[in-house]
Design a binder for this molecule. Structure first.
Ligand SMILES: Cc1cc2nc3c(=O)[nH]c(=O)nc-3n(C[C@H](O)[C@H](O)[C@H](O)COP(=O)(O)OP(=O)(O)OC[C@H]3O[C@@H](n4cnc5c(N)ncnc54)[C@H](O)[C@@H]3O)c2cc1C
Ligand code: SF4
Length: 324
């Protein structure tokens, strides 16, 4: 039997102190408990942060601060989020099930681990679970794995829908720990696997996520579109979060991020650069789709994701720009 200590933090300071002392944060437990039950994660100490009073507050600068312990359902039910950041509400709603979203927290969603089947199979070689043990997914059953940001060590996809919207929205992660509070741009929070796939984020020992900040809302149409094997309760094979502003037939504002295809929530910077200031036409949106997957590398069974992502980007931009 695995033993571990457990405490429930009633205040943020107590949670930060416990995290600094080495305790692993527990949000809704919808991912961590599964991993503990399968002996993939073996924390020695847990601090339950899910009862912390989480809030969604406008800041003096007009940004929106969402507490790390706020439940996914509460984010979706926020009138402010629905009105000003609809792609975030759509992304969260497209994930998991109502019951899981009721339990899951914002911080837990950001730090949820991959769904690569070999990661969950203790008999398989997996560099992410056991560093330097090899990777059975490469050349194996990798249909759900990534085509962007992969390495010779790992091709696991980052599974979150919510994080794709946070990437497109230029969010900032607020982290507390031994060094005090740090603000980490979302684009820098998750790591590509390289040769250390077990290191997945910028979070350092003793640190916890206390909040996520969304930049001031931008009044252009936005959406989140997800393709999966069945209509609900399935992870993305491909997804896109996009926001598009068009003035005088030209692209005045564009943000694109991809899910289901990258080793981390994937911002499509090259596609954005191609579109910014140019004509808002179907041809331009198709070219942006090409640019979004220009660096993609197919594995043994996931080559279809490249074409899927290319078409998802083009179609979503056409819909936002109302182009045929
Ligand atoms: C059947 C099923 C289907 C799913 N489908 C989808 C889907 O389609 N799309 C999708 O995006 N997700 C899906 N999920 C994943 C789900 O979104 C995550 O399990 C959930 O968001 C995790 O949140 P949590 O609060 O329960 O995290 P926990 O399980 O509590 O924790 C997850 C990780 O976050 C860490 N953590 C938690 N809080 C903090 C904190 N404040 N600071 C630092 N570390 C912290 C934990 O230590 C742990 O490492 C699915 C899950 C299940 C079980
Ligand atoms: S792709 Fe990554 S998570 Fe999957 S088996 Fe390989 S190392 Fe493990």
């Amino acid at each position: 039997m695995e033993t571990f200590t457990f405490e429930r933090a009633e205040a943020l300071d107590a949670a930060i102190d416990a995290a600094k002392a080495g305790a692993r944060c527990l949000g809704g437990g919808t991912n961590l408990f599964d991993l503990m039950k399968q002996r993939i994660e073996r924390p020695k100490a847990l601090v339950d942060v899910s009862s912390l009073a989480g809030s969604i507050e406008r800041t003096a600068t007009g940004s929106l601060l969402i507490g790390g312990a706020v439940r996914n359902t509460a984010v979706v039910e926020s009138g402010t989020v629905r009105a000003e950041y609809p792609m975030l509400a759509r992304a969260i709603l497209s994930g998991a099930s109502g019951q899981i979203r009721n339990m899951a927290t914002v911080a837990g969603n950001i730090l949820q681990r991959t769904r690569c089947a070999y990661f969950y199979d203790l008999a398989a070689s997996c560099n992410k679970r056991a560093p330097s043990s090899g990777c059975d997914a490469i050349g194996g059953l990798d249909r759900g794995n990534a085509v962007l940001g992969t390495s010779q060590s790992c091709t696991a996809v980052h599974p979150s829908d919510m994080c794709v919207a946070l990437a497109a929205l230029d969010a900032t992660v607020h982290v507390e720990g031994p060094r005090g509070r740090r603000l980490v741009p979302f684009a820098e929070f998750h790591r590509e696997p390289g040769d250390t796939p077990h290191l997945e984020s910028d979070l350092q020992a003793g640190e916890m996520i206390v909040a996520v900040e969304l930049a001031r809302p931008v009044p252009h149409p936005s959406t989140y579109r997800k393709v999966r094997d069945r209509a609900s309760y399935a992870f993305a094979l491909g997804s896109v979060a996009a926001q598009l502003g068009v003035e005088g037939g030209r692209v005045s504002y564009v943000r694109i991020a991809l899910g289901g295809v990258g080793t981390r929530p994937w911002r499509a910077n090259a596609a954005e650069r191609l579109l910014q200031g140019g004509p808002a036409t179907g041809d331009a949106f198709r070219a942006a789709g090409e640019a979004a997957v220009a660096d993609a590398v197919a594995g043994a069974r996931n080559g279809f994701k490249i074409d899927l992502a290319r078409r998802l980007v083009a179609r979503t931009l056409m819909d936002l720009g109302e182009q045929p």
